[in-house]
Design a protein around this ligand. Structure first.
Ligand SMILES: *Cc1c(COP(=O)(O)O)cnc(C)c1O
Length: 383
């Protein structure tokens, strides 16, 4: 512990503690790599490595053997480059106008997704006299980013492809987690046609869920994100991944309210009987989603937010405020809960997928909103 931190009781400088298990992260990466057959396993570390922190996550994966990383933004790529000087880094959101020199300076590869971006990268490479590497993105069904398949096939023999080095052909699944969605087969077929048009260039289609699909659409490189961080890539089956993120918050205050009392902003929750409440030091300013608010009356089965207090699930009472959440701890014996105790908000049965579901969203959004003011701890458990 650094001297400047010594006056704090561990973790009490912040309202909540975020535990990141880098050992679980690495074992998830290895599992996905093994499931990808002989394909290279990259790692998607956009959005601050899905909230877990680029500066710790990228080196941990690099030490485990991961050599290729994907981010969304140039700023994220520069952060990744600082901690992984040798790695290959691709920028999924492409090439913003006028930035090619920065890409070259930091040895970053754009994922070129339009004819304009290809033009700009090719012109830059011509001017520099260097065949710099880039990926080319083909849109096989998302209708979001990338050349359409006809545009892509028309690129065959295009002289601009000689100006730079197309190092990766890429596309992205729209519904890889939906086992029976026929769009998956269509995307695999469209991507296979693209690959045949450009022999010798490695191809990449699969995200986390794509890696575990029965068709094994692994091609040469896979791009897992969510599953690395413990999210379930197979939502209709058990989660094969180890949890990476745990979140605990501290009880600031306990109180008892009477039948008929309203709780929190606008009294969106009322006690039907005498209830015992705990106020937690966490809120939407920490990225905890406000739609998890416990609205209604006590005794109603809550499909909203939940905390685990002394081993028991306790529902949120009232709206999630900026810095505080109130939970109904009536079911916890009084001698098992006191001021200063830590309660679990992500962990055990409260997986990131479950927390997302209870907030009316997906676990991806829970992870990528993880707050900046948590005290963060890192562990390196190995199996
Ligand atoms: C985010 C992203 C991924 C990773 O997807 P997960 O579902 O998190 O595994 C892969 N490829 C592209 C193009 C992405 O945008």
């Amino acid at each position: 512990m650094k001297a400047s931190q010594a006056r704090f009781i561990a973790g009490s400088e912040a309202g909540s503690l975020l535990h990141i298990d880098l050992g679980a992260l690495v074992s998830n990466w290895r599992l996905l790599r093994d499931r990808a057959g002989g394909a290279e396993a990259a790692a998607v570390v956009k959005a601050d490595a899905y909230g877990t922190g680029i500066e710790t996550t990228v080196p941990a994966l690099h030490r485990a053997g991961c050599r290729t990383f994907f981010v969304a933004h140039l700023s994220e790529a520069i952060r990744a480059r600082a901690v992984a000087p040798e790695a290959t880094i691709y920028i999924l959101n492409g090439l913003p106008p006028g930035t090619a020199d920065v890409y070259a300076e930091f040895d970053l590869r754009p994922v070129l997704g339009s004819r304009e971006e290809i033009d700009e990268w090719a012109a830059f490479c011509r001017a520099e006299g260097r065949r710099l590497k880039a990926a080319v993105h083909f849109d096989t069904g998302m209708n979001r980013l990338g050349l359409t398949v006809p545009q892509g096939l028309a690129l065959k023999g295009d002289p601009r492809l000689a100006d730079f080095e197309p190092a990766l052909l890429m596309s992205h699944f729209a519904s890889a987690e939906e086992r029976d969605n026929p769009l998956n087969q269509r995307q695999i077929a469209a991507f296979s046609a693209i690959r045949e048009a450009f022999p010798g260039i490695p191809g990449s289609l699969a995200n986390s869920s794509g890696i575990l699909r029965e068709e094994k659409p692994h091609f040469d490189l896979v791009r897992p994100g969510y599953a690395l961080y413990g999210g379930n890539p197979t939502p209709d089956r058990n989660n094969p991944m180890r949890p990476v993120v745990g979140l605990q918050s501290r009880i600031i205050q306990l109180r008892t309210v009477d039948a008929g009392d309203g709780v929190g902003y606008n009294w969106r929750w009322t006690a039907q009987t005498k209830r015992r409440l705990a106020t937690l030091s966490i809120g939407y300013a920490d990225g905890y989603p406000r739609p998890s608010s416990g609205i209604g009356a006590s005794g109603e089965i809550s499909e909203r937010g939940m905390a685990i207090v002394a081993g028991r699930p306790c529902p949120f009472a009232g709206t999630v405020s900026m810095d505080l959440i109130i939970v109904d701890v009536t079911d916890v014996p009084e001698n098992e809960v006191k001021r200063g105790d830590l309660v679990t908000l992500i962990g055990g049965d409260l997986t990131v997928d479950e927390v997302g579901r209870r907030a009316g969203t997906i676990g991806y959004e829970i992870l990528t909103n993880l707050g900046r003011r948590y005290a963060r701890t890192h562990r390196e458990t190995e199996i």
